[in-house]
Design a binder for this molecule. Structure first.
Ligand code: NAP
Length: 275
């Protein structure tokens, strides 16, 4: 992938990590981008500013016709893509007792089901342009759970399990599958104000540019898996080696502290106040 122009679909490109990935890929000579998200005004503005050939398509990826519309757009406007960045995602905080199956369902719908549907429709094209790449944005929450974030963790654990299998299946076809596991990265969806407002926890929150660099390494340099920032990988190791200790720590104040509020919750709250 390093020596050929990148033609990429980036989902969730209207803000946060997805937007940063667009800027990072745009620096590679010959890159062409297709930006995807629901907020068309954001995509249009970003496409205007990026220094590479860029088109956009506004789509809610949970709608049944979204994957087909993306494929049709790509076929009409670009050469066949050789990179798919599955980044769009969301999180709603609720314990299982409060949020029930419905909260798990809506989280899986965007963080897992939509990723599979978009991947399924682009896989033949990605095989035809091999060597090519798929990069899935999972989360450290796909290795370790917090109270009130079970639905989100379930979606990211599932995404990791499926991605590892897809990597093995598609390696013989020249389609690399990379996995990104961010910790806390300050974005609209995950503001992490609870952590950045305190000196003792500020260091835990990272920057979108670090995540974008990790995506670049997975997409273009075929890296298999990257935690962002890297030390978050230690949490996964500890979870395997000392599960009892991790449960104990997370049952205490650490679990509550790490369950930060999300942008999706704030949007729901604003909607409730309006109606
Ligand atoms: N920031 C973190 O701390 C963190 C940590 C671990 C993992 N992650 C993962 O990183 C990814 C990006 O998140 P972010 O932190 O960059 O948050 P963000 O700024 O809120 O970005 C989320 C993106 O997903 C898009 N999106 C959400 N629902 C969508 C839908 N139904 N259809 C189409 N697009 C949709 C949003 O665009 P529209 O609203 O315009 O549709 C937005 O562009 C997510 O998968 C998230 O789970 C983030």
């Amino acid at each position: 992938m390093e020596n050929k122009p990148t033609v990429a679909v980036i989902t969730g490109a209207s803000s946060g990590i997805g937007e940063a990935v667009a800027w990072r890929l745009a620096r590679k000579p010959g890159t062409r981008l297709i930006l995807v998200a629901r907020r068309e005004d954001r995509l249009r503005e970003l496409a205007k500013r990026l220094p590479c050939e860029t088109t956009w398509i506004a789509a809610d990826l949970t709608e049944p016709d979204a994957p087909g519309r993306l494929l049709a757009h790509a076929q009409e406007h670009h050469p066949p893509i050789n990179l798919l960045v599955n980044n769009a995602g969301s999180a709603w905080r609720a314990t299982f007792a409060e949020g029930g199956y419905e909260n798990v369902r809506r989280t899986m719908e965007i963080n897992f089901d939509a990723v599979l549907k978009v991947t399924e429709i682009f896989l033949p094209m990605l095989r035809s342009t091999a060597p090519s790449s798929i990069v899935n944005i999972a989360s450290t929450a796909g290795r370790i759970s917090r109270p009130g974030a079970g639905a989100y963790s379930a979606s990211k654990y599932a995404l990791i399990g499926w991605s590892d299998s897809l990597y093995l299946e598609e390696a013989p076809n020249g389609v690399h599958v990379g996995l990104i596991l961010p910790g806390f990265i300050k974005t609209e969806g995950f503001p992490a104000d609870e952590l950045t407002s305190k000196l003792v926890t500020r260091w835990m929150v990272s920057d979108v540019r670090k995540a974008a660099e990790a995506v670049y390494e997975a997409a273009v340099l075929d890296k298999p898996e990257r935690y962002v920032p890297r030390p978050y990988g230690l949490i996964a190791v500890l979870k395997i080696l000392a599960p009892g200790l991790i449960r104990k720590v997370m049952r205490g104040g650490a679990g509550q502290m790490a369950t930060t509020k999300t942008g999706a919750d704030a949007a729901d709250q604003a909607e409730k106040t309006r109606t």
